[in-house]
Structure formats: structure tokens, C-alpha cells
Design a protein. Structure first.
Lengths: 171, 921
């Protein structure tokens, strides 16, 4: 008996607390930048595509919804010829973002991706690529990598010495 | 066998092996870099450090290198001791000091031995804060990409390229931490085996350039066990496919055949599979000569209409499988079946097929060739006709070194010591050829003779062996060398297109009369020997015979064969243009297809299955890597369906591939072994088919979603025990079903050791392939007649020169191979050049009867008297016949070709300019 009364009291008490219901979509909830929503491909601070088509996101994806093909620019740098995410399969787990060695692939706080036609859930590179650096403003993979690119010669990457002269006898 | 103790565990090991091998044999994971099973140990990378204890009481021990320490009874080691693990981690840490931050953009990533070993030793965080060493890269040709920053200085490339493959233009420069592995200047790598650098390099310094253009990670490739179609050696390969394209070809280990290495034609020559020249649909010819595409059934019905109740003949192909040739032969009847060899080749192949069954000598596998301690090569440039055999011959001359090492009680894996001991001492090799060969540098005697004289030389050796006296001191020396050897080997082949040369080789082998003597023939195409065995009863028709009665034929079926490469043009025109309905099955556009009335789009070797018989007489099965694209069908399926549409009594009862193999095995006692070549379609491993995809195969729900988001079912393979899927286990199955190698913690091709029953030994899945023929005790019955040709003044003997890049019909359609092949040429000696007043690069008019070719001159160091060589299989030399007599004159109107600028050269050239000069460093 006492237990039942106590239960009723607990329930009625909530009549006077503030409602948690959010009037979505009129009222947008706050989503932190680290929220795992729609996936984007970002650009490096120089405005170039960050993705180097290393395939690690595709490999780590538990639902295998990322497919891409590597291609090469004239200066030898890698980029994806196509980059496709099938969002109708994506579970927004964020593993791709964790696997990405260049901060190219990032999840954003946007979850409003409903479509009437499932085919429209397939995003190609032009749908994924944004004109910004996303959450990581400074990183440019090719400034660290040892590869020669159009903008830097061998030995000009971060923490690199000038190319070795193999004909020199000096220590 | 000695017992050793590793971390308290008792291991039974093989006497003479080293600790690294013993640990790997026991399934223990001991990291290594510089050691390679085919190349032995040099102890340069310090990675396989273990602790050795003096005795049971010793608790401290000392660090020794696993690869440099021989096992001995009761020896005690530890892999897990703290100082050993710390040491190994420290080694990787120091290798990583200069290793660039490249993994995401490195083609080795995901199958990198350095990645695997780094994870294995547990190194993670970089402590060193200094700067990384950097190097400039070199342009090494269209096949190999160079990225020197990634080097860990293990010396494997240099040891493979120079010591193992006999290359001269790649080496190590500079010293201490400035080591540079490359050429003295930029340029195309000369070795025909340069592609193996990709697999030998434990990291990404040397990577596959054509693969890099359309790169996919190893885990994303769908692979299948396959057999190389580039030549008759039958190397085992594992092509990898993604998005419908065959992206690369990797070596597939077969202990008895190719071991760890394949040649560049095999590795890079499959680019034609993705070329625009491939046929996608069947087509019927319009009156105006163009073709219109038709459905498979429509093509079959049309063909059946042309064949019903009519006189039908067929031409088979030495580059098609046994099964397809068998079906075609049954379909039209043996009498109406021409093998598809040229008349000259048909004769040679028939005699080789016969000889291999009657000679006393053993027809050796490549493994056996490596054991030869004296070699006589008659008329063959093996590097260009059977490249992988040439690599084995290079190893055979090292047997002298191993013999010396044995006397000194030096283990064979002590590579540097063995080489140092032997210096330039080699097992004897005599090369008798018309023109210099790529093996000349390891030969003890090189003799330059015209084809007729090569045969005479062979007979002289045979005579000397049977105790007769000859007036030829070189032949006597060769006979002595063979007589003194334990495992003498005679190599000859069909490339000279000379019956006498072949016969003389047999005469030598039979005169040797030793149970261990070996006789190996180089034959032209991947199934030449299989086809020769099929038509060995002589019931078939010849190509010229068929051409003669062409007007009486109603229909002619041609299987995967460009007959214009098999005979002179007028004869083939007569065959194809006589009102006969010509039905052709092929995969790449060619002149024969243009002359056909109906074309059926055949699947390539990467899309179909079949059996090939290698020059060793070994029948091996290849499996489709991916299901046929568009409306292509494997030739055997086209023919099986055609048989059923035409209501062929015997063939229409056959339903599937296994039944064809069974019928084929029954048809010919020589083919009874076909039943055991590979497991039946019903084979299952733990209830599952063998997966072609790795367990990490990515993108399955996105690959096709660009077309439709509704995912199609995986293609089904109804004919083989392999599946187009990642389900199932790639482990413990028979070797002929091994699509790729991978083992936990071992992502690189070094994981192969987990599939071997012992280091460098056979695979756990048993031998792959079945030898169909063996030698007998009777000795071959051959004619010793040589029809000597007499030359008139100003006449030259035309000697065919096979080229590894360019002479093969299909691989020449690959861009990179075509680039290396260059243009057709005529090869002359220095004296002839002076006489004709031409220099290298000039033009020569070659007149052979009515045929006249203008060809570029190449001047060679060793050309037999009255002989000139020409590049076989090139467009420019089409029409020239081996062995014919020609006249030469300088071509006045010849335009010398300037240095051709190709795309890849251009990049390298610009780099040189931007680097401010020709210096590459």
C-alpha cells in the first residue's frame, strides 16, 4: 500500500518539473562539434583535397559502405578518383574518422539526411567534399609526408633534412 | 635430428639450418628483414636477434642473430627474453628514425613487411626529434617506381638484383646512413626480372608502377590461383582484381616451378586484359565489313545454322586451354581439326612431344634445373624464350660454390661467405647459339654458330660422349663437362625453328646415358605442349592443308588464334576469304577477327578456368579471378553451348567443367592425369568454398551503389571450388586452390612461410599440378640428318630472336610492355655492319623472296658467321620466316628515330632539369 502511494507521489511530482521535450524542428537541439552525423570530406589549409585515397576508412568501415579508387595527380600526389558513401548503410560509428590519417573524413553534427528515395542516400565525392578544414584547421598531410609534391621538394617536409648527396665522402 | 630449446620449449630441428629458420618452421614469430629463403642470410639488419644460453645454468645469455647462428644439439635460446625483445624493438626504432610519414600514400601499405615487423616488436612512439634523411628518387622505367626515402638498408634488392638475377645496373652507393640503392644514373632497369624487386623489398622503395596507376590495397583485391600465359614455363601467379579490372599480378609460390620469382612479362604483361581492344559482345559482320553486336544466343544460333549438315573445320590454339581445344576437336571431328600451330611449328612440337616421352633423360622442373651442375644450351636464348628457366639456370652455376662450401663445412645459407669462398668459380655452362644471349655472362664457353652448325656441334658432343673422336675441341670440352657432372642438363627448344638443333640435343642427352641427366625444351606458348600431345596421333589437319581445301569448307571455327601470325599472308587470305563462313572466338581485336563473319567474345584467362600443360609436361589449372564482364563467355562455354545447339551427340551430354575434364582424360591416355590436377567443383573446406576475397575486403555495400543502391547478390561460381566472396577459410586447402597468402600479423607476402610445410619447402597443401609425361628407358629415335643450306654470295641466314617484351602476342598489347618492346629490328654483327656501312639505328632493307622489310639495325657483340637475327612476333617483321635466306642492303630512305619522349620519361626529364642537372642525387 505504502509503495503504491509512493509511486503515485513520484509520478505526480513530475507535473511541476520543467518539460524535457524539444519542439524539433522549430527548436534545434545543440549538437557538439564532435557529434557523429553526416560525413564530409574536408580540405587542407591550402584548399586542396585532404583525402589521399589510402583506403583505411573503407577498410575499417564495419558496414563496408565506403568505396573509393585511388588516382594520381601530375605531381605524384594521391587523391580519390571517386569516393562514394552509401549512407543508407552507414551507422555513423565514426570509425572512418578515427582511421583517417589525414583528417580528411570527418563526421559533422548534421543528422537530417532523410530521403524519399533510397538511391539519394548514395553520396559521391562532389556531395561529400566541403570547402573547409572542418575540426582540424592546421593539418596538411603532404607537408609531413616525405613525398615530393608540386609545392615542396624532397627534404622540404616538416622535420626533414636536405636530400643526401651520395657522392659526398663527408660523414 | 638435433633438439634445441627455445624458451624452454623443446624443438626438433633440421641439422644445418639456422635458428631463424628453425623458429619459423616451428611456427614462432621471429621478425626479420634481410633474410630471404631464396637468398640466405647475411645478418645485416640485426632484426632476428635472440638470446643464446651457454647451458642450463646460464641465465644471462648473449644476443646472437638468429639467421647467422646454426642450430646445434641441445642449444638453448630465448625469443622472449627481455634483452632480446628490447633489442629487436630498438632495431625497428632506429630503422624508423628516417622512415618517412608515407604509409597512406605508399603502395606497399597494407602488405608491408616493415609495418608487420614494427607491430610485431611493439614499437609505437617516436622518441628521436632530429631530422629525417631524405633522398632523391630515380626514374627506373615504366615498370618500377622508386621512392628511396622509405629504404631501411636491408640490402635485399641489391642481393636479389645482382647476386640472384644477375643484373648489373642496380646497386648500392655511398656509406653509413647515406646508403642509396639505385642505378648509377636514371634509366630503365635492364633485368628481365626487375619486377621481383616489388616483392623482395620489405617496404615501399620499389613498387609496381602500372599497379600504382590504378592502385587498390591488397585486402581489396579479389584473387584466384592462376597460371601465367606469357610463355610455356607455367609459372603460378595470383592476379588481383577490383572494380572489374585486373590490377596486378603477384607471384604464387610453387616449390617445384617458379618458387618466389616470376619474370617481367608474367608480372606486367597482363595489362591487355583491361585494354580497349578487348571484345565485350558477340558480333556478326555487316556487308560493309563492320560488325553489329548480337546476344550470345543469337550468335550461337547463327553459328549453328552455318554448321548444320555442312563441312566444318576448326583451328585450335596453343594459347587456349586443353579443355577448349578438346571440345573444338570433338565438335568438328579430329580429321577436320588443325592444331593452330604454323606448319613449321607443328612439326617441331610433334617431335618435341614425342622426344619427351621417349628420351632417357628427365624433363626437369625448375627446381631440378637449379640443381644442374653442368649445362649445355643448344640454340636457345632462354632469357627471352623461357625467362623463369633462365633465372634457374643462373642459380645452377652456383652449384660449384655450394660444393666448395660443403667441403669447408659452410652452410649454404651463409650467403656472403659462400660467395666470397667461390669468387668467380662457377659450375660449367656451354652456350651454343647464333646470336649472343642474356646468359653469356655466366657461361664458361660461348660458341657462335649458324643453326645447322649448332646441330652439328650437338652431334659432335654426342659422338664425343660415346667415345668417338671428333675434330672439334669445343665439343670435346662440352662433352667432358657433361660427363664429369652429377646432374648434367641440356637445354634446347623450338625458337630456332630448326629440327636438327632439337634432335642433336636429344642425341647428347641419350648419349650421356645417366639416370640423372636432364633434357629441357623451351616451347613457345602456354599450352603448346598440351596441344601437341592432343594431336600427337597425327589424325589432324595442318594449316596449309586446311588452306588448300578451304574452298570446299562451309564453315571454319577458329579458337583464340590470330592465324595471320601462323603462316604467310597469301595462304591465310586463301583460308579465310574463300567464301567459307568463319566463326572466331577471341578476346582481343586482331587481323583474323577482321576477316571473320561471326565473332564470339571470349573471356580472358582471368575470367575463365582451364588446364595448361607447361614445357615441363606439367598440367596446371587456372581459375577465374572475376566473373566475365559484359557478354563474354569462356571459350569452353561457348563451344559447349554450340555443341548443344547443334545437337552434337557426345558433347551435348556434358554439363559442366568437371565432366569435360573427365571426358578429355578419357579421350587420350596421355591426359589421364588431368583428373588429379585440381580438386573437383564439389570440394569444400570445412563446408565452405575457398574465398577469393580477403576477410577485410571493403566497400561491398558501396561499390555498386553508384548504379543502384539495391545491392546485387555476389556472383556465383558454379564451376570451381572457389567463391567470389570473403566467406570461408584460406588455409589448409590443396595448393592448387590458394588464391593469396595472408596470416594474422603477417600481411605482406612474407606470410607465405605460414603456408609452407617448412622454410623454402613445399606448400602444406601438397604439390600443385600433375606431370602428364615422363621419360622412358628406350631412348629417342631421331634422325641425325642435317640438310645443310648453301648460301650464295650476299645471302644471310635469318635467325629468329625471341624478345621477352614484344614477341608474345597478347602481352604486347600492354602499354608498358609495348614501350619496352620498341620497334622490330634486325640484328647484325660488327663486321657485317662495316661491310654494309650502317651503324646502330640505321635502316636495312631485308629481302626474303618477294617480301621486303625495312628494319632498324641493332649491332650485337656475338653473331655467327653469315647469320642475322630478327625480332620475332613484331608487326614490322611479319612475313619473315625463320631459317630463310635473305639479302640485305642499306635503306637510303630510312629516317633515324630520335630519342622518343614518352610520358613517364618526360616527368623524369623535367625533374632532372628542375634539379639543376643530370645528377640524380
Amino acid at each position: 500500500m505504502l509503495s503504491e502511494l509512493r509511486t503515485m507521489w513520484e509520478v505526480l511530482k513530475h507535473t511541476f518539473t520543467k518539460a524535457e521535450t524539444v519542439q524539433y524542428p522549430e527548436e534545434m537541439p545543440y549538437l557538439a562539434p564532435r557529434y557523429r552525423g553526416r560525413i564530409v570530406l574536408t580540405r587542407d589549409p591550402d584548399g586542396e583535397e585532404r583525402c589521399v585515397a589510402c583506403n583505411l576508412c573503407a577498410a575499417v568501415c564495419p558496414v563496408d559502405c565506403i568505396a573509393l579508387q585511388k588516382d594520381t595527380r601530375e605531381d605524384g600526389t594521391w587523391y580519390p578518383e571517386f569516393f562514394r558513401i552509401n549512407f543508407s548503410r552507414c551507422i555513423m560509428c565514426g570509425m572512418c574518422e578515427e582511421a583517417c590519417p589525414t583528417y580528411a573524413i570527418q563526421l559533422t553534427p548534421d543528422f537530417e539526411m532523410c530521403e524519399y528515395d533510397r538511391q539519394n542516400m548514395v553520396y559521391e565525392k562532389e556531395h561529400l567534399l566541403i570547402d573547409g578544414v572542418g575540426k582540424y584547421p592546421d593539418y596538411n598531410f603532404y607537408r609531413v609526408s616525405g613525398m615530393k609534391t608540386a609545392s615542396k621538394d624532397k627534404g622540404e617536409a616538416i622535420n626533414e633534412a636536405r636530400p643526401i648527396d651520395t657522392k659526398s665522402l663527408l660523414p | 635430428m638435433p633438439m634445441i630449446y627455445v624458451d624452454g620449449q623443446e624443438l626438433e630441428v633440421v641439422q644445418g639450418e639456422n635458428i631463424l629458420e628453425a623458429c619459423l618452421n616451428a611456427g614462432l614469430d621471429l621478425p626479420y628483414f634481410c633474410w630471404h629463403p631464396a637468398m640466405g642470410s647475411i645478418g645485416s639488419c640485426r632484426q632476428c636477434a635472440v638470446v643464446q644460453y651457454q647451458n642450463e645454468e646460464d641465465t644471462k645469455g648473449r644476443i646472437v642473430m638468429g639467421c647467422m647462428t646454426a642450430v646445434s644439439e641441445g642449444a638453448r635460446f630465448s625469443l622472449k627474453a627481455e634483452n632480446a625483445t628490447e633489442f629487436r624493438e630498438a632495431v625497428v626504432e632506429s630503422l624508423m628514425l628516417n622512415h618517412p610519414h608515407d604509409c597512406p600514400v605508399c603502395a606497399e601499405g597494407g602488405e608491408c613487411h616493415l609495418q608487420d615487423m614494427t607491430v610485431m616488436v611493439g614499437h609505437r612512439d617516436r622518441r628521436y626529434t632530429g631530422k629525417k634523411n631524405t633522398y632523391r628518387n630515380q626514374y627506373l622505367g615504366p615498370l618500377i617506381h622508386h621512392e628511396m626515402n622509405r629504404c631501411i638498408a636491408c640490402y635485399r634488392c641489391e642481393r636479389y638484383y645482382r647476386d640472384y638475377a644477375g643484373g648489373k645496373d642496380l646497386g648500392v652507393q655511398a656509406s653509413h646512413d647515406h646508403l642509396y640503392f639505385g642505378r648509377h644514373e636514371e634509366g630503365v632497369l635492364e633485368s628481365e626480372f626487375s619486377g621481383n624487386l616489388v616483392e623482395v623489398c620489405p617496404t615501399g622503395v620499389f613498387t609496381d608502377k602500372p599497379f600504382l596507376k590504378q592502385y587498390s590495397r591488397k585486402w581489396d583485391l579479389q584473387s584466384a590461383p592462376s597460371i601465367c600465359q606469357g610463355c610455356a614455363v607455367g609459372c603460378n601467379i595470383a592476379p588481383g582484381e577490383r572494380y572489374g579490372k585486373v590490377k596486378r599480378v603477384h607471384n604464387r609460390y610453387n616449390n617445384e616451378v617458379n618458387g618466389y620469382f616470376i619474370c617481367d612479362r608474367g608480372r606486367f604483361g597482363s595489362g591487355y586484359l583491361n585494354s580497349d581492344l578487348r571484345l565485350d559482345y558477340a558480333g556478326i559482320k555487316n556487308p560493309d565489313g563492320s560488325f553489329f553486336a548480337v546476344h550470345q544466343q543469337q550468335a550461337l544460333d547463327t553459328a549453328a545454322g552455318w554448321m548444320a549438315g555442312k563441312k566444318v573445320a576448326a583451328i585450335g590454339s596453343p594459347r587456349a586451354s586443353i579443355e577448349a581445344n578438346y571440345l573444338l576437336r570433338e565438335l568438328v571431328g579430329a580429321k577436320n581439326f588443325a592444331s593452330g600451330f604454323s606448319d613449321q611449328e607443328a612439326e617441331l612440337m610433334a617431335s618435341i612431344a614425342n622426344i619427351l616421352q621417349t628420351t632417357k633423360a628427365v624433363n626437369p622442373s625448375i627446381k631440378q634445373i637449379e640443381s644442374a651442375d653442368a649445362v649445355l644450351i643448344l640454340g636457345e636464348d632462354v632469357t627471352n624464350t623461357a625467362p623463369r628457366v633462365a633465372l634457374a639456370l643462373r642459380q645452377s652455376v652456383r652449384n660449384k660454390a655450394f660444393e666448395l662450401a660443403e667441403q669447408m663445412e659452410l652452410p649454404a645459407w651463409q650467403d656472403a661467405a659462400v660467395r666470397n669462398l667461390a669468387q668467380d668459380q662457377r659450375s660449367p655452362m656451354t652456350i651454343v647459339s647464333a646470336i649472343d644471349t642474356r646468359l653469356d655472362d655466366v657461361a664458361s664457353i660461348c660458341v657462335s654458330l649458324a643453326p645447322d652448325d649448332i646441330a652439328a656441334f650437338g652431334y659432335a658432343v654426342a659422338a664425343a660422349l660415346s667415345g668417338e673422336s671428333t675434330d672439334n675441341p669445343q665439343a670435346d670440352a662440352a662433352a667432358q663437362m657433361l660427363k664429369a657432372a652429377k646432374n648434367p642438363l641440356i637445354v634446347s627448344g623450338s625458337s630456332m625453328a630448326h629440327q636438327g638443333v632439337i634432335n642433336s640435343a636429344v642425341a647428347v642427352a641419350d648419349a650421356l646415358d645417366k639416370a640423372t641427366s636432364m633434357l629441357s625444351f623451351c616451347v613457345p606458348e602456354c599450352n603448346s605442349l598440351g596441344l601437341a600431345l592432343m594431336v600427337a596421333d597425327g589424325s589432324g589437319s595442318s594449316l596449309s592443308g586446311l588452306a588448300k581445301r578451304a574452298s570446299k569448307l562451309d564453315a571454319l571455327i577458329i579458337l583464340e588464334n590470330d592465324v595471320y601470325r601462323r603462316g604467310d599472308k597469301s595462304q591465310i587470305d586463301q583460308l579465310l576469304a574463300s567464301g567459307t563462313k568463319v566463326i572466331t572466338l577471341d578476346m582481343v581485336e586482331n587481323s583474323t577477327l577482321d576477316q571473320s563473319d561471326l565473332v564470339m567474345a571470349a573471356a580472358s584467362y582471368a575470367e575463365s578456368q582451364g588446364t595448361l600443360v607447361s614445357s615441363e609436361g606439367r598440367a596446371q589449372r587456372f581459375y577465374p579471378v572475376h566473373s566475365p564482364a559484359a557478354e563474354r563467355l569462356p571459350s569452353w562455354q561457348w563451344l559447349l553451348r554450340l555443341a548443344s545447339v547443334t545437337g552434337h551427340k557426345k558433347l551435348s551430354k556434358l554439363q559442366n567443367f568437371d565432366q569435360i575434364v573427365a571426358a578429355c582424360a578419357e579421350s587420350n591416355p596421355l591426359f589421364s592425369g588431368l583428373l588429379d590436377v585440381a580438386p573437383l567443383n564439389s570440394f569444400r573446406d570445412r563446408g565452405s568454398k575457398i574465398p577469393r576475397q580477403t576477410h577485410r575486403y571493403s566497400g561491398r555495400t558501396a561499390m555498386n551503389s553508384g548504379v543502384s543502391v539495391h545491392e546485387p547478390q555476389q556472383p556465383k561460381d558454379h564451376e570451381s571450388p572457389l567463391s567470389y566472396s570473403m566467406e570461408g577459410l584460406n588455409r589448409d586447402q590443396p595448393s592448387s586452390l590458394m588464391p593469396f597468402v595472408w596470416s594474422p600479423g603477417w600481411n605482406s607476402n612474407q606470410s607465405l612461410q605460414k603456408f609452407q610445410s617448412e622454410v623454402d619447402g613445399p606448400l602444406k597443401g601438397g604439390p600443385s599440378g600433375v606431370r602428364l609425361i615422363s621419360s622412358s628407358l628406350q631412348g629417342a629415335d631421331i634422325s641425325r640428318q642435317i640438310d645443310k643450306v648453301t648460301l650464295k654470295a650476299h645471302q644471310w641466314h635469318l635467325v629468329p630472336m625471341q624478345q621477352i617484351h614484344g614477341s608474345d602476342e597478347l602481352s604486347a598489347h600492354t602499354d608498358e610492355i609495348a614501350e619496352l618492346a620498341g620497334r622490330g629490328f634486325i640484328a647484325i654483327g660488327q663486321k657485317v655492319a662495316e661491310k654494309l656501312a650502317v651503324t646502330e639505328g640505321d635502316g636495312l632493307l631485308v629481302k626474303q623472296g618477294e617480301i621486303e622489310c625495312s628494319l632498324e639495325v641493332r649491332i650485337l657483340s656475338r653473331v655467327a658467321k653469315n647469320c642475322i637475327g630478327y625480332s620475332v612476333g613484331y608487326l614490322e617483321t611479319q612475313g619473315l620466316t625463320a631459317g630463310s635466306l635473305v639479302t640485305l642492303e642499306a635503306d637510303k630512305s630510312w629516317q633515324r628515330s630520335g630519342p622518343e619522349m614518352i610520358a613517364s620519361d618526360k616527368a623524369a626529364f623535367e625533374q632532372v632539369i628542375s634539379d639543376g642537372g643530370a645528377s640524380n642525387v
